[in-house]
Write a protein that binds this ligand. Structure first.
Ligand code: IMP
Length: 180
């Protein structure tokens, strides 16, 4: 398949405003606490780097990362996720915030939540820039959501299509230009 970038779905300006807003809410919720912000590579890297800078000095933030991939082509329906890179640090008794780029079926986040809860964090919350609620399969609620979006494949601001277009500053839909 060949794809091209389509229309802007969420502009850079709207993303900047929303990240600031999420940072303010998270700063209030975790004021006076230590917070481990866990970014899920690679899609969440750009959102995470902006989000942590919008959390103010009331929160003692540390950063860690995980990289996961789904098994095989049926990933999104199987919900079986492989951890390619685990956390570097222990999260027992810590407040943890998982940061994702997008929640689609919710299977990745529900698996990660299960795995991290087994490590006895003090609390575990989920934050995703985008939420495609229509596609949800797993029963999972996301504590901090940037934007609800329709069932479209999107790229930009860290999100890719076969590793392309992560560098775009806005979020765009993707169009198919040919089947080969
Ligand atoms: P889930 O397990 O179905 O919720 O899938 C979540 C993951 O699928 C995200 O972290 C993305 O890597 C990927 N994904 C889902 N929808 C999109 C999209 O529209 N654009 C880019 N990646 C997507």
């Amino acid at each position: 398949m060949n794809y091209k970038v389509g229309d802007v779905l969420i502009s850079e300006e709207d993303i900047v405003g929303k990240v600031k807003e999420l940072g303010e809410i998270i700063s209030g919720d975790y004021a006076g606490e230590d917070l481990v912000v866990v970014g899920i590579l690679r899609g969440a890297a750009i959102f995470m780097s902006d989000l942590v800078r919008s959390i103010d000095e009331r929160v003692n933030v540390s950063m860690d990362f995980m990289s996961v991939s789904s098994y095989g082509a049926s990933t999104s329906s199987s919900g079986v996720v492989r951890i390619n890179k685990d956390l570097d640090n222990v999260i027992k008794d810590k407040h943890v915030l998982i940061v994702e780029d997008i929640v689609d079926t919710g299977l990745t986040l529900s698996y990660l939540k299960r795995v991290l809860l087994e490590r006895d964090p003090r609390s575990l919350a989920l934050c995703s820039l985008l939420d495609k609620k229509e596609r949800r399969v797993a029963d999972i609620s996301v504590d901090y959501v940037g934007f609800d979006i329709p069932d479209l494949f999107v790229v930009g601001y860290g999100l890719d299509c076969a590793e392309r277009w992560r560098n775009l500053r806005s979020i765009y839909s993707v169009e198919t230009i040919s089947q080969d």
